[in-house]
Every structure is written in C-alpha cells, then in structure tokens.
Design a protein around this ligand. Structure first.
Ligand SMILES: Nc1ncnc2c1ncn2[C@@H]1O[C@H](COP(=O)(O)OP(=O)(O)O)[C@@H](O)[C@H]1O
Ligand SMILES: [Mg+2]
Length: 600
C-alpha cells in the first residue's frame, strides 16, 4: 500500500494542488473574485486619509480641499458598500460552483477506487469522513484566502498612513498584538475545553435520542427508565458545561487586559501626535481613525491565517492523499472481460489478508468453479465465505495467488466492466429508499425504469407478495421519512434487495451471499430450487456459462448445488457434490447430520 494514513502529503504542495483544482474548475471566476476582494479592501482603508484632508481643509479654510475630501469620503464609503456587495456576490458564486466541482471530484475519486478496502478500514474511514465534511469547508478556504489578502492590504495601507505622520507610530501595531494573541489563543483554549467534554456531549445526545425517538420508545416505557434517562442526560450536560463556562470567563478576562493595553497605546499615540510632534488636527484625526481600525485589521488577518492553516492545509492534504491513493490503486487493465465463460473460474493458491491486517482470512485456496455450475460455499461464521465472494466480485485483490477467468487474470480486467457482468445480493444489503421500481431497477441501471424487466426480477426473487402489498405497487415510495413513503419489514427489504440482484439477465457470475437469511428455510429452498433449475437449463441451452456462487447456512439449500465447498479456518477442507461428500463422512457429512437432526 503506497498511501498509508500516517503519511499525508506535504501541506504546501497539497494546498497548491487544491488551488489549481479551484482554478481548473473556475478559471475566470477565481481571478475575478480575488481581484474584487482586493479592490473592496482599498476604499475602506483610505477613509482615514480622507478624514485627515477634510479636517485640514476645515481648519485651514481651504474650500477645495474640503470639497475634494468630502467627495473622497463619500465616494469611499459608497465604494466600500458597493464593492462589498459585488465582491460578496462574486465570491458566493465562485464558492457554490467550486463546492460542486470539489464534491464531484471527491465522489469521483472515491468511486474510482475499484476495491472497497477504503470503506472497511477504520483509519481510512475516519479520514474519508473528515474529508467528506471538509469538502464543504474547502470552499470556505478559497474565501479565506481572498479574505486574508484583503486584510493584509488594509493593514499595510493603515500602517503606511500612520508611518507617513511619524515612523514611531508603527509601534501602535505592536501594542495591538496582545489583542491578536488573545483572539487567536482563547478560541482554541475554549474549543479544547469543549472537546475534552465531547464524550459527555455525545452521551447527553445519545440519552436524549433514546428518551425521545421512536425505536427505543417501547422499551423505554416498558422498563420505566424515562426519568433516569432525563436525569443522567442533565448530569452529562453539566459535566460538559462547567469547564466550558470557566474557559469562556477566562477568555473574557484576557481580552479585557489585551484591549486595555491597546487602548492605552492608542490614547498615547493621539497625545503624541497632538502634543509632542504638534501635528495638524487632520493628522490627529487620521491617527484616531487609522489606529482604531488597526487592531481589527490585525486580528482579522491573524484570524484568517489561522483558519487557513487549521482547516485548509488539513483539508487539502486529505484531498491530495485521496488523489494519490486512488492513483496508487489504478492497475493496468489490459485483459478484456469475456463475453461468456467457456471453462470456468480458477483460484490458484489464493491467500488474502484484509488491508492493514496480517491475519490470512483465506490461505492457499485452490479451486475450480466450472462454467455453468451452481457452487455452494459453507462453513462456520468467520470461515471466509464472504471474503471469497468479495474477491470474486473484485472488491479486493488477492494478497497472493491469482484468480483466473478462462485462464485470464481477473485482476487485470477493468473492475467496472467485470462488475457489469455480475449480479447478486448480499446479506448486508442496502435499503435504497426510492420508489420500489427503482429500488429493484438499480440492479441494472440502464433498465432502472424498465417495468417488464423489474417485474421479471421481482418474480425471480419470489418478491411478488411484497409488491402486491404495497399501496401503489412498484410506484410506492419506500422509507417512511419521505413524503408518502412506507416502511416495509426487514424480510421485505431483503426480498427487494434480492430482486435487485436478479435484474441483470445474463451475468457471468451470480453471487448470493446469504441474501435470504431473514426468510424461512422453505422459502429459501423453493427459491433456489427454482433458480438453480433455470440456471442449469440456461447452461444446457448454451448460454454464457454463468457460474452461481451461493453462500448459505441451510444444508437443505446447499445440497442441490453441483459443487459444495467447505471452508474452515481460511482453508478449503473439502469440496465435491453432496453425495460424494456424504459418502466421505467428513466435516460436511457431520455438519449435515447435525442440522438434519435439529430439523427432525
Ligand atoms: N473488512 C474486514 N477487515 C478485516 N477483517 C475482516 C473484514 N471483513 C471480514 N473480516 C474477517 O475475516 C474473517 C472472515 O470473514 P468473512 O469472510 O466475512 O466470514 P464468513 O462470511 O464466512 O462469515 C473474519 O475473521 C472476519 O472477522
Ligand atoms: Mg459472511
């Protein structure tokens, strides 16, 4: 693995890459928005200058100077508002457009990663979750960069104006530093206090959910724990709030001290200009106006830079990481996906450990799945059945060994093309809350709205009863949180998921990983009996050599398979047809005996 979680790409190049991405997305809007935010900073910073001219004009009785400076003042004020509106609008537009571009980019990257390893590793998951959240703030970052440039410009002009009166006045900027320090340091300290109490907040929120939401409602009432939940929630909240409140008071105290220092220096500099260097009234006014803005400009600058550092650098590094990670997984796909399977799928000494772990979940698996066969995989929980299926679906690549489809290496076929030739359903299916038609139709995206195709799939899955119970049949919205949406039971969801899995008409590989565990044994048996019959009939009729891989706990279902593979502790311990395995009196026969006895 070339990209591990600890080696995020370096910050500056990553930020540069994110910038370039923004530029690629909006090559015109980006410079325009940037220029406007600089322009908008100008008139605001120049107001102090006009004030000085105005005051000097008044005291010297110079009418021209008075009129010009009054016009300048009015113009500056107007331009400040006007440019702020224009630049805000431009920036917002840029931001909206760049958000969509970045979101699509991240989604595209995640989808382009052909294995699902990154969806199952906790460290990657955390990182992706943060990235997903940060996509929404990444756009703030561009704003923040524009903002920073604007503040730096204002600050520069203001200091230049002060220095133009007397170089010593530059020192006023130094006295503003304590306010900057407290305004950067204290929010962090407050946040730290909040974060230290995060587990209490989480607990409080959880208790609130338990006390107020529907799913736990019955049991909350039955057990009578309602009052206790409320009390414990209150206590958890207090545990969080106490330290946070003290941190906020401390902040207030620090701010007061810092502003007192700046205030003293400010008054001092006004006195300095008026008394010591005997400046004109206009110069005094300039110091008043510029000085009072200085601290605001300085803290805005420092604040923006801190924001940039904290979020953008981090966000852009994660984005760069995802880009690198996606690129690192792209392998040469130089083998075509066959139209039909002639011989079969062969596993050659396949071993597999989940990324980030070194325990082999499959070890030295040699297996031939003949074209046209129905293959059942059995074994205890954790034996590696689902893992085997995921490898066949190319969700992962074997750690060592090869999977060959008619002799060609599966890992060198384009993953998306291979998956287009897969069909099937998993135990941990997803509840797509759409219209029933689409929930099923998704199984073959081009035929999402194809009513006859969906009806056929529903029939294949034996899910007709689910559909007939829906008020508007296939046009019923699923999921009670949507307008007009209905909730269906777990078993019904499962049947719909199964129907989705049966949407494709000519898959090369059909995977059924305990998709019917919630159904009763007889329904499952009947379903697969019929399914296997169709499948075999197809194979005889010279179809595409489809292989069906079925994972089930129920031996009544398993026994009808052409080939039964028994997994135990990452290895294949036995394989063959039901009769052969029974005659062997091995592990299969034993397991079969236990289950048959239980049913008798
Ligand atoms: N994403 C994963 N990351 C790490 N280990 C996993 C992951 N998925 C499954 N495992 C482990 O691999 C082993 C085999 O799991 P699985 O193939 O799901 O077994 P089965 O389907 O036979 O119950 C188990 O020990 C399980 O804990
Ligand atoms: Mg499983």
């Amino acid at each position: 693995m070339t990209a591990s979680p600890d080696d995020l790409p370096a910050a500056v190049p990553a930020m540069w890459r994110a910038l370039k991405r923004g530029y690629q997305a909006e090559p015109v809007l980006l410079p325009v928005a940037f220029g406007l935010s600089l322009l908008a900073a100008l008139p605001d910073a120049l107001i102090a200058l006009w004030l000085m001219f105005l005051a000097d004009g008044v005291t010297q009785g110079d009418r021209t100077l008075m009129v010009v400076s009054a016009l300048g003042l009015g113009g500056s004020a107007t331009a400040t508002w006007f440019l702020r509106v224009v630049s805000d609008r431009t920036q917002r537009r840029f931001r909206d457009r760049v958000t969509i571009a970045l979101e699509s980019h991240v989604a595209q990257l995640q989808a382009s990663v052909s294995t699902i390893a990154h969806h199952e590793r906790p460290d990657y998951l955390d990182r992706l979750a943060v990235l997903r959240d940060q996509v929404f703030v990444l756009d703030h970052m561009y704003m923040s960069l524009f903002g920073t440039a604007g503040w730096v410009l204002r600050l520069g002009i203001t200091v230049a104006l002060l220095v133009s009166i007397h170089p010593a006045l530059a020192a006023l900027a130094l006295f503003a530093l304590p306010t900057v320090l407290t305004s950067t340091w204290r929010p962090g300290a407050e946040r730290a206090a909040e974060e230290r109490g995060a587990s209490s907040v989480r607990l409080a929120r959880h208790l609130f959910d338990v006390a107020t939401t529907a799913p736990p409602g019955k049991e909350v009432r039955l057990t009578g724990i309602g009052q206790r939940l409320v009390a414990r929630r209150r206590a958890a909240w207090e545990r969080w709030y106490g330290p946070v409140a003290s941190a906020r008071w401390a902040s207030a105290a620090w701010h007061t001290v810092a502003w007192a220092i700046f205030g003293a220096a400010f008054v001092g500099s006004v006195v300095f200009v008026a008394q010591v260097i005997e400046g004109t009234p206009g110069q005094v006014l300039l110091v008043l106006a510029a000085g009072s803005r200085l601290s605001a400009y300085l803290s805005a600058t420092v604040g923006e830079i801190g924001f940039l550092r904290g979020v953008w650098l981090d966000g852009s590094r994660r984005l760069a990481w995802l880009e690198d990670y996606a690129a690192s997984l792209t392998v040469d796909a130089d083998q075509p996906v066959p139209h039909r399977i002639e011989d079969g799928i062969t596993l050659e000494r396949v071993s597999f450990a989940y990324p980030g772990t070194d325990r082999l979940v499959l070890e030295d698996v040699d297996l031939h799945l003949p074209a046209g066969a129905v293959v059942a995989v059995v074994g205890e929980n954790g034996a590696g059945k689902s893992t085997l299926v995921k490898l066949l679906a190319r969700m992962y690549t074997p750690t060592s060994g090869r999977i060959l489809v008619d002799g060609a290496d599966l890992s060198r076929m384009p993953a998306d093309e291979w998956r287009e030739r897969l069909a099937g359903a998993f135990q941990d299916f997803y509840r797509f809350e759409l219209h029933a038609q689409q929930t099923v139709g998704l199984g073959d995206r081009p035929r999402l709205e194809d009513r006859p195709a969906v009806t056929t799939a529903v029939r294949r899955a034996g899910a007709e009863d689910v559909v007939t119970h829906l008020a508007a049949g296939l046009d019923t919205q699923l999921g009670p949180s949507w307008p007009g949406g209905v909730e269906v039971s777990f078993g019904q969801w499962q049947k719909l998921a199964l129907a989705r899995g049966f949407m494709r008409d000519d898959p090369l590989l059909l995977i059924l990983d305990e998709p019917t565990a919630a159904l009763d044994a007889e329904t499952e048996h009947a379903l697969f009996e019929r399914y296997a019959a169709i499948s075999r009939a197809g194979a005889e009729a010279g179809s595409n050599g489809r292989i069906t891989v079925l994972v089930s706990h129920r031996f009544s279902t398993v026994r009808m398979a052409d080939l039964i593979v028994v997994l135990d502790g990452a290895r294949i311990v036995e394989h063959g047809a039901h009769e052969t395995l029974m005659a062997n009196h091995g592990p299969y026969a034993e397991l079969y005996g236990i289950q048959a006895a239980a049913y008798r």
